[in-house]
Design a protein around this ligand. Structure first.
Ligand code: AMP
Ligand code: ZN
Length: 494
């Protein structure tokens, strides 16, 4: 089989075929850097990261471009409010985003910034005017004439036929009822940032930024364009209208949209108090790996409801996988091989691939690896794992982790890197005080640790593995890695 993906454009799951053999060119709409990233944003970014990793595992060379929206209505407004330049305002949030993304295991795509492509954007508008797809208004703004693009609505499946020609909307974000000529370029307003350009002073609209930068990096037609489901309309619809009018060619072949994350069953919103940035969760003591695991536990097109219970379960799942790997790498196994384990490892790898090829069914891929761990643990308890079984089992784990990226026990180090850089929570408050306890590893003295290890040993000899596991998890949270071997219990600082 080969990869099959849902395409929002056709509303069907389709075989993925790249335009160029062996190569995938993909563009994902990045963050608008006016605030810290929340876990909903990260659901989408992690879904795209998974897709990128799976393309690579499937043998493709991947060009993955993401923009940083560093100029839009909200940014201009906030920068003017704070009396700072757009660059000064956005730099901190861009850095915070990149730090957070690294903390949660997102591989860095090629990054493009809107403010670094303004002359090209102005030239793009000039061409659209020349071709009759755009017009200038008296104040020096430019709008896209959607009546000239009859396919307008083809992505969001809306019929805009009855629309009044010439009705305009000049805000970057608007709802489905506002199918009007949208702003490509906005004339300067007093007190707000603007740029000189070949079409006069002003600033680009958000939609224009992505059209120009994606085609600049990936060519006029590329394989896949991604974002959260809210971007289907108007953002992606407008990108298609601009790009296809400009080139006369198809823009992107696949449109990949991640479903919105819910929190405790509701839409995440500041007023409901269920709005979490990544930093909020980490400062509550949750590990990046648990958050990443939870956010991938439901396929990207299904509803994922974030709960704290789910987060705790995710932590247990990750811990189980890590312990299993530790068991394989530190155990003493007799020479030889068992056919059952060999088959299990190979079949598990195949099942994971089949699940991911089925429109990235992450839940089934996780189920496959857990079934392997369950069977192998049971076999190991009964002495049924031999030396030559270890490499194929480890290979299956590695294949899993190339995609899910949760097995390395480096949460403490990752968190430390982020908060050493800026000890702030998701609202910009200084949290240096509380942080030391939550994030910094190595807070326990050796004597403290030895005492806990003794408690663990006592619990294990009473066959109270629940208590023993709880102590171990608690030590792991504090940056202490505990290894249980045939010769006893060892520990080390991460
Ligand atoms: P923004 O920074 O608002 O431009 O959003 C960055 C990305 O996060 C976009 O692809 C959005 O579609 C996505 N996004 C925003 N909120 C959520 C959410 N609650 N769940 C999933 N994705 C989201
Ligand atoms: Zn975009």
């Amino acid at each position: 089989m080969a990869l099959r993906l849902y395409n929002t454009m056709s509303s069907r799951v389709e075989d993925f075929r790249p335009i160029r053999d062996g190569e995938v060119r993909m563009y994902a709409c990045g963050p608008t850097v006016y605030d810290y990233g929340h876990i909903g944003n990260f659901r989408t970014f992690i879904a795209v990261d998974l897709l990128r990793r799976f393309f690579r595992q499937s043998g493709y060379k991947v060009h993955h471009v993401m923009n940083i929206t560093d100029v839009d209505d909200k940014i201009i407004r906030n920068a003017a409010r704070d009396g700072v330049s757009v660059q000064q305002y956005t730099r901190k949030y861009e850095q915070a985003f990149l730090q957070d993304a690294a903390m949660i295991g997102i591989e860095e795509p090629t990054l493009v910034r809107a403010t670094e492509h303004i002359p090209e954007m102005a030239n793009f508008v000039a061409t659209l005017v020349h071709k009759g797809f755009a017009y200038r208004t008296d104040d020096g703004s430019y709008y896209f004439r959607i009546a000239k693009f009859p396919q307008y609505g083809k992505l969001s499946k809306r019929d805009f036929g009855g629309m009044q020609d010439g009705a305009r909307v000049d805000v970057d974000e608007y709802d489905k009822d506002s199918a009007r000529d949208f702003a490509l370029w906005k004339a300067p307003k007093p007190g707000e940032a603007s740029w000189e350009s070949s079409i006069g002073p002003g600033r680009p609209g958000w939609h224009l930024e992505c059209s120009v930068m994606s085609m600049h990096e990936l060519g006029e037609t590329f394989d896949l364009h991604a974002g959260g489901e809210d971007l289907v309309f108007p953002h992606h619809e407008n990108e298609i209208a601009q790009s296809e009018s400009y080139t006369g060619k198809s823009f992107a072949h696949f449109w990949f949209h991640a479903r919105f994350l819910l929190v405790e069953g509701e839409k995440m919103s500041k007023s409901l108090g269920n709005f979490f940035t990544l930093r909020d969760l980490v400062l509550k003591g949750h590990k990046p790996s648990s958050i990443r695991y939870l956010l991938t536990s439901v396929p990207y097109r299904n509803q994922l409801n974030f709960t704290f219970d789910g987060l705790k379960q995710a932590a247990v799942s990750v811990e189980r996988l890590r312990n299993f790997r530790l068991r394989l790498t530190s155990g003493n196994f007799p020479p030889g091989a068992t056919p059952e384990m060999q088959t299990l490892a190979i079949e598990t790898a195949a099942r994971m691939t089949a699940a991911l090829e089925d429109d990235l069914n992450t839940a089934q891929a996780q189920a496959a690896i857990f079934e392997m761990v369950r069977q192998a643990n049971a076999a190991s308890d009964a002495g049924g794992i031999k030396q030559d079984d270890v490499p194929p089992l480890l290979t299956a784990l590695t294949r899993f982790d190339d995609i899910f990226a949760v097995l390395d026990d480096d949460d403490g180090a990752k968190m430390k890197r982020v908060f050493d850089w800026a000890p702030t929570d998701g609202r910009g408050n200084d949290v240096s005080e509380g942080l030391r306890e939550t994030v910094q590893s190595g807070q326990l003295s050796d004597a403290d640790i030895e005492k806990k290890i003794a408690d663990m040993k006592a619990a294990r000899s009473a066959r109270d593995f629940k208590t023993s596991d709880a102590i171990r998890a608690d030590l792991a949270d504090k940056g202490i890695l505990v290894e249980i071997t045939k010769d006893g219990i060892r520990w080390r600082r991460k």
